[in-house]
Write a protein that binds this ligand. Structure first.
Ligand SMILES: [Zn+2]
Ligand SMILES: [Zn+2]
Length: 247
């Protein structure tokens, strides 16, 4: 019976491929693998590779030789938002043009290439997490948007890592958008918005946070504060893109 089902599935998949050939999710150019970007779109992103800060993933200029375990000034002074952070690419006009419709206009299929790029960004992560937590949205925002883009990104990552995803141990209260506030204002605005409602699920756990974009790291820092208070062992994070300011 399972043989028949898998054969049938293959036929159905071939029919679907024939009727709906795989196309680049950004520009519609035909591609060989479903959900993949075409070569032109792929090369338009500013993907982060080495050399980078071993702790927060901050990208350094390509010709800078800082030895085996380089740290950015922020991490070297012990001010990293989390224990380990990785981002697939830099937040610029290209990633912004993909991120906005993904987040606000229901282009949820982008999760495919974004989550794959995030897994690639975590390839030097030594320690697997126990639990993956997508950065929670406030209920009001979730009802308005209909989905949490961080959860869309977190699901395939959790599946690939074979790690449990936790969607309800941390709640977020609604606060108006942070908009263009500076780092200090963002940190003040986010303070106290997260609440661990099931600390027994957090205690003793290595947590991996998943989000779409990292701006100043204030959201990650605040989440780490409440998770460590609830007994987490470590808190890491991965995003699709991050703002990179000169340091
Ligand atoms: Zn394309
Ligand atoms: Zn760093």
């Amino acid at each position: 019976m399972p043989l028949v089902s898998s054969a049938l599935l293959k036929v159905l998949n071939s029919c679907i491929d024939f009727l709906f050939p795989s196309a680049c999710p950004l520009c519609g150019t035909p591609v060989s693998t479903h959900g993949e970007l075409c070569a032109d779109c792929w090369t338009s992103f500013n993907w982060i590779s080495n050399p980078k800060c071993t702790k927060c993933g901050y990208p350094f200029p390509a010709n800078l030789d800082l030895g085996n375990r380089p740290l950015c000034p922020k991490c070297a002074s012990g001010n990293c938002a989390l224990d380990f952070i990785r981002a697939a690419c830099v937040y610029d006009d290209v990633s912004k043009a993909a991120m906005l419709p993904f987040k606000h206009s229901g282009r949820i299929k982008y999760f495919n290439f974004m989550s794959r790029a995030m897994m690639w960004a975590m390839r030097d992560m030594n320690d697997l997490p126990d639990v993956i937590i997508p950065v929670p949205l406030a209920w009001r925002r979730l009802c308005h948007r209909g989905y949490n883009q961080a959860t869309l990104l977190a699901r395939p990552i959790a599946k690939a890592m074979k790690v449990k995803i936790d969607l309800d141990s941390v709640h977020r209260i609604y606060r108006p958008d942070m908009g263009h506030k500076n780092a200090k204002q963002r940190a003040e605005n986010i303070r106290g918005v997260f609440k661990v409602v099931k600390p027994e699920r957090i205690k003793g756990k290595k947590i991996l946070l998943v989000d779409d974009v990292m701006t100043t790291g204030a959201t990650f820092s605040e989440l780490k504060r409440v998770l460590m208070k609830a007994g987490a062992v470590s808190v890491s994070g991965v995003v699709f893109c991050r703002v990179v300011k000169a340091i």
